[in-house]
Design a protein around this ligand. Structure first.
Ligand SMILES: [Zn+2]
Length: 78
């Protein structure tokens, strides 16, 4: 399948993104597309885990930072 945007510049990009979203929804891949749970990061990634449970784009960077913060908060209140 081939398609082209009808608009130009930013509008063309928005049209292509909308077309890809519709295709992803039709193919069932849309739920795999996620944004990292670290708000300071914001990286988009494709979750390939069997139950789509990933929340960090990279556990070693964003996941460890978040887990360390939670651990320190528990120590302060505990
Ligand atoms: Zn991240």
């Amino acid at each position: 399948m081939q398609y082209r945007p009808a608009g130009e510049d930013g509008r063309a990009i928005a049209e292509l993104v909308a077309a890809e979203i519709l295709l992803a929804q039709a193919r069932g891949t849309w739920p795999h597309l996620k944004t990292c749970a670290n708000l300071a990061c914001g990286v988009c990634f494709y979750d390939t885990s069997p139950n789509r449970s990933r929340v960090w784009h990279d556990t070693k960077t964003c996941g460890n930072v978040s887990n360390l913060r939670a651990s320190r908060a528990r120590r302060r209140t505990g």
